[in-house]
Design a protein around this ligand. Structure first.
Ligand code: FDA
Length: 307
């Protein structure tokens, strides 16, 4: 049985794909999207990260962009990431970077995408930094995992990726990545996926999420758990305590603009916390996924609109 929340999520992700809705949202929704976006510019984003670091929260900076239509755009994004990595180094802030494969050209030319990400990873390695390759929808899962392995084989072990609990395949991917020493961020999954490949029910997804958290922690490898869900956070804390896993062995990750007090509280309790900080102007797809995740986020926007 599909719940109201699941129906809401599917409907919003479908509506968001409509070109007219996109045009209207871009026209009227920009100021509201700011809640989730640190800045339009690199310097503004670095300043936000500085503030987070001061309260004990690390960051991962994401220059917004995905699903590019021309390969030339990918080189623009690649160059922005090269500047970003240098900027992090110069500003001496505690932040790594997150990027999306389709932003670097995966849907257009996988080899060009690999070369673009390789350039970013090499720059990051030079600055002793780390690149997280976000996981997008399922047509790109296999190619993303293959690309990360190839980067590792080329000596770029400062690259990691993400696995999504809602996909049936994920448990096997976790084991495979651990065996290949690939660092993972564990998430529920943010896209609309078919019932033939992914759990649809929120309870099943949470259950699978707990399974992969446990699996990952049991292997004694550093674990990044990205979630705003209290049940997941409590599960992780409890499991770590019961199994003598130190707070240094895992981190909680949350998105900029969401549960900021909770992020601060966890950091004050001595947990490692990393905030995902997006910046730039291509905010629409990122923003609509956030609205789809929680009816409360949409209510916040609607309240602002009638004010
Ligand atoms: P979810 O939104 O399912 O909420 C569950 C419960 O948590 C709620 O019912 C409520 O109790 C509590 N809660 C949630 N938000 C709250 C709030 N604002 N205030 C109070 N309570 C709240 N996805 C992907 O496919 N690929 C990726 O690469 C990434 N990367 C990524 C990085 C980071 C740092 C994060 C945090 C998330 C991602 N995601 C992602 C998104 C992820 O897959 C997922 O869609 C969202 O995190 C939403 O799931 P949650 O587990 O956060 O809780």
């Amino acid at each position: 049985m599909i719940t109201m929340n699941e129906l809401y999520r599917k409907t919003l992700l479908t509506i968001a794909g409509n070109r007219r809705v996109e045009r209207l949202t871009i026209k009227y929704g920009q100021s509201l999207a700011r809640r989730f976006i640190a800045s339009e510019h690199l310097n503004g984003a670095l300043a936000e990260v500085q503030k987070l670091n001061e309260i004990g929260i690390m960051a991962t900076l994401d220059h917004l962009g995905e699903g590019i239509k021309e390969l030339d755009q990918a080189t623009v994004y690649r160059d922005e990431y090269l500047r970003l990595i240098e900027g992090i180094s110069k500003a001496k802030v505690k932040s790594n970077v997150s990027l999306k494969p389709t932003q670097m050209g995966l849907a257009l030319d996988p080899e060009a995408c690999y070369q673009n990400i390789r350039a970013v990873a090499r720059e990051a390695k030079y600055h002793r930094n780390f690149v997280r390759i976000d996981m997008e929808d399922s047509p790109y899962t296999e190619a993303t995992l293959r690309m990360v392995k190839r980067l590792h084989q080329a000596g770029l072990t400062n690259v990691g990726t993400v696995v999504q609990a809602y996909l049936f395949r994920t448990e096997q991917d976790v084991l495979d990545c651990i065996q290949n020493h690939i660092s993972l961020r564990l998430v529920k999954g943010a896209y609309k996926e078919d019932a033939s490949i992914a759990y649809q029910n929120a309870k099943d997804v949470r259950h699978q999420f707990e399974r992969i958290i446990q699996l990952h922690l049991d292997q004694d490898v550093y674990t990044a758990i990205a979630s705003h869900d209290d049940r997941i956070i409590q599960f992780t804390k409890r499991y770590a305590e019961e199994h003598g896993i130190s707070k240094e062995k895992f981190e909680f990750q949350m998105l900029y603009g969401l549960r900021m007090q909770e992020q601060e509280r966890l950091a004050a309790e001595g947990y490692r916390v990393r905030c995902y900080v997006p910046y730039g102007t291509m905010w629409y797809p990122y923003y609509t996924r956030r609205l789809a995740e929680k009816p409360g986020n949409l209510m916040l926007v609607l309240k602002n609109m009638v004010r």
